[in-house]
Design a binder for this molecule. Structure first.
Ligand SMILES: Cc1cc2nc3c(=O)[nH]c(=O)nc-3n(C[C@H](O)[C@H](O)[C@H](O)COP(=O)(O)O)c2cc1C
Length: 163
């Protein structure tokens, strides 16, 4: 690799300019469901439809995605900032996070939040292990649109995740 010195402050400022949404990623393994707030999400291909998501290497959900090979992505309404906050705090899923968010299981058995704009279910087709997050690539297999509306975005929440 090329040996250049990285300007850490410039790197942080520039990477924080990348616009992000805020999503609830859902996972399910045997009888256990979990969900967490994810902002590092983007589309990766039209055909087949792919999404790309980076997941903390040491999180509970990371292992569940690896073992099951699937995950859902729920798009939140613009006024659901409080729900996004529930899903990034460390606590149990059922009897904790999901008490604030009723859900159904989609065709692939993954949580789709009833109160959001909708969600897609994905099968894992690629994994990059390099760094403190794992980059997962998922092929979109199901899409449930529950309502129309604006989606929650990271900008304007006052939160930072990036840099
Ligand atoms: C604004 C914000 C954005 C976040 N985005 C991500 C993300 O893209 N990927 C990720 O792995 N964690 C992200 N997190 C952290 C997770 O939501 C958090 O670590 C969660 O507790 C993980 O849950 P789990 O350990 O039950 O899987 C974000 C947190 C905040 C506050």
């Amino acid at each position: 690799m090329t040996d250049v010195s990285l300007d850490a402050a410039a790197k942080k400022t520039l990477l924080r300019k990348i616009p992000h949404g805020l999503f609830i990623c859902g996972v399910a393994e045997a009888e256990e469901v979990n969900g967490f707030t994810a902002s590092w999400v983007t589309q990766g291909s039209f055909e087949p439809p792919l999404v790309v998501m980076a997941v903390r290497a040491d999180s509970t959900s990371n292992g569940m995605i690896r073992r099951t090979g699937r995950f859902s992505l729920n798009v939140l309404r613009a006024d659901q900032k409080d729900l996004a906050a529930v899903f990034f705090k460390p606590q149990a899923a059922v009897g904790g996070r999901f008490d604030a968010a009723p859900f159904r299981l989609g065709p692939l058995g993954l949580p789709i939040l009833e109160d959001g704009l909708g969600g897609v279910e994905c099968e894992l087709v690629g994994t990059v292990d390099h760094g403190d997050h794992t980059v997962f690539v998922g092929e979109v297999k199901s899409a449930t649109l529950l309502r129309e509306g604006d989606a929650l975005e990271l900008a304007g929440t006052g939160w930072q995740y990036g840099g």
